[in-house]
Design a binder for this molecule. Structure first.
Ligand SMILES: Cc1cc2nc3c(=O)[nH]c(=O)nc-3n(C[C@H](O)[C@H](O)[C@H](O)COP(=O)(O)OP(=O)(O)OC[C@H]3O[C@@H](n4cnc5c(N)ncnc54)[C@H](O)[C@@H]3O)c2cc1C
Length: 453
């Protein structure tokens, strides 16, 4: 517990806002997306620039406080908040500058995808981001980044071309192809292990029309529709990104939703027609949309639901795996919650594997069991469902590692290592040892420094 004088000293030493347990904003500021997470930090520092971030690190070190970093506050593990420690909160650092001639955007470390899209769309430009606007640009990109433009332009981290990072020792370092290229490699997937990214620079792409929305399927043909989704994405042009979700309806029967995002010029692409032709289609809500509308399809409440997610990148979506997923979704036994199936066809396959630490470019799909509920009495049951479902998917896993962006806090280091592969993980550990030797930044999908490994 920090005394009042310590909080006053901290307030006097930075430009941003300092929030302590006695302040009215405290309860709102310590919330996390995941209502399973209810933690009480000693202090929350809402930084406004690199100097504030460095001051916050200094203060934490002087007062022996553990550190958490908050970007958009969406990590399901709740890594943005901790008991008794200091939160470096970037929610006042959300500006995004666009250089349309260079085709580049520079986002501050606390920008969300709503901030980013608003700035770049003013110039008719985009970069592939997440599907929920309030998710942090930095947090999502540092773990990979899968969304509505993945097949068109790759993962978010594939489009990261530079960054400014404040290390846990207060140094400001820059990463780009010419300046600390090893750090740029690590930031492309290696998470928040190396420092606080105060600025991230992205390559932008032109965007024409969007045909998006959703297709809903029910009844006996859900399995056949999921097989059609698999076959369509296997041969889809790269201007069609596609995600799918299994859930159960009120009568506990399986349902399937498909979320295409087509950005090509064909008025009636055959891949969309093939998806719509399935007899189990019960609702066709696919239509021309603005990109902003497409990006709001998954908008969700914040801090209300309890969540536990677990999954695997798989090499194929075989008929047998589709049967397994249908069995598992019925075993869920209640809405909401479901199984998310993200296709990685198209541009991710073009990325140079040596350009980033991220380990899943070669996978066919990311399949995640997502338990979502509100009643604390259901915690054990829902968590068990997600774990059992992930275990049922594991025989098809490419590496045994899951998606770091969706991992809970209870995942062991071995699973984080498996997510990257042994060689990349060793390299990440060397980078970590250089930039955060004391593992100050350990509230994340942690890459321990070598001496602490
Ligand atoms: C509703 C929802 C939708 C999502 N949609 C997608 C999606 O479409 N695609 C996808 O790939 N993922 C998605 N995710 C997962 C999401 O990308 C990750 O959980 C990510 O970590 C969230 O980042 P954040 O900044 O919002 O979260 P926070 O909880 O604030 O941060 C998570 C961690 O990221 C790191 N971090 C954040 N900002 C910085 C920074 N500036 N510098 C250094 N480290 C930083 C820190 O380690 C921090 O602990 C979604 C999650 C939710 C809850």
């Amino acid at each position: 517990m920090l005394d009042d004088q310590a909080l006053r000293d901290l307030r006097g030493s930075l430009i941003g806002t300092v929030i302590g347990p006695a302040d009215v904003e405290y309860d709102a500021a310590r919330r996390s997306f995941n209502a399973l997470v209810d933690r009480r930090p000693a202090v929350i520092v809402r930084c406004v620039g690199t100097a504030d971030v460095a001051t916050a690190f200094d203060f934490a070190s002087a007062n022996e406080l553990e550190v958490a970093v908050r970007g958009g506050g969406h990590n399901p593990a709740g890594h943005c908040v901790l008991d008794g420690g200091l939160v470096i909160d970037l929610s006042r650092m959300r500006s995004v500058d666009v250089d349309p001639e260079a085709g580049l955007a520079r986002a501050q470390g606390g920008a969300t995808w709503v901030d980013f899209d608003a700035a770049t769309l003013a110039h008719g430009l985009v970069t592939p981001g997440g599907v929920v606007g309030s998710t942090g640009v930095a947090g999502l990109t540092l773990g990979g980044g899968i969304g509505h433009l993945t097949s068109q332009h790759g993962l978010s981290c594939d489009n990261l071309v530079g960054a400014e990072v404040v290390t846990s020792e207060g140094a400001v370092v820059r990463a780009s192809a010419d300046e600390d290229a090893e750090l740029l490699w690590g930031l492309r997937g290696g998470g928040g292990n190396f420092g606080v990214a105060t600025r991230l620079e992205f390559q932008l792409h032109g965007l024409g029309r969007v045909v998006g929305g959703s297709l809903a399927y029910g009844g006996d043909g859900v399995g056949a529709a999921l097989r059609r989704f698999r076959d369509v994405v296997a041969s889809a042009p790269r201007d069609l990104s596609c995600q799918a979700g299994l859930a159960v309806d009120g009568s506990l029967a399986p349902t399937l939703s498909i979320f295409p995002c087509y950005t090509g010029s064909d008025e009636d692409p055959e891949e969309l027609a093939a998806l719509k032709a399935m007899p189990s289609l019960v609702e066709d809500a696919v239509r021309p949309l603005t990109y902003v509308e497409q990006q709001s399809l998954f908008d969700s409440t914040y801090g209300v639901d309890r969540n536990y997610w677990k999954g695997h990148f798989v090499r194929e979506l075989s008929d047998e795996l589709i049967d397994v997923l249908q069995e598992r979704i019925v075993a869920l036994g209640r809405p909401p919650g479901g199984v998310l199936i993200e296709s990685l066809h198209g541009a991710p396959k073009d990325a140079d594997p040596a350009a980033g630490a991220v380990g899943f470019h070669r996978a066919a799909f990311n399949i995640s069991a997502m338990a979502t509920w509100q009643d604390p009495a259901l915690d054990e049951e829902c968590i068990e469902w997600a774990r059992t479902t992930a275990a049922a998917i594991e025989p098809w896993s490419v590496s045994g590692g899951g998606y770091v962006n969706y991992m809970q806090a209870d995942e062991p280091t071995e699973r984080v290592r498996a997510a990257f592969g042994a060689e990349a993980f060793d390299r990440l550990q060397a980078l970590k040892t250089r930039l955060d030797p004391s593992n100050v930044l350990r509230r994340n999908q942690n890459v321990p420094p070598l001496q602490a490994a």
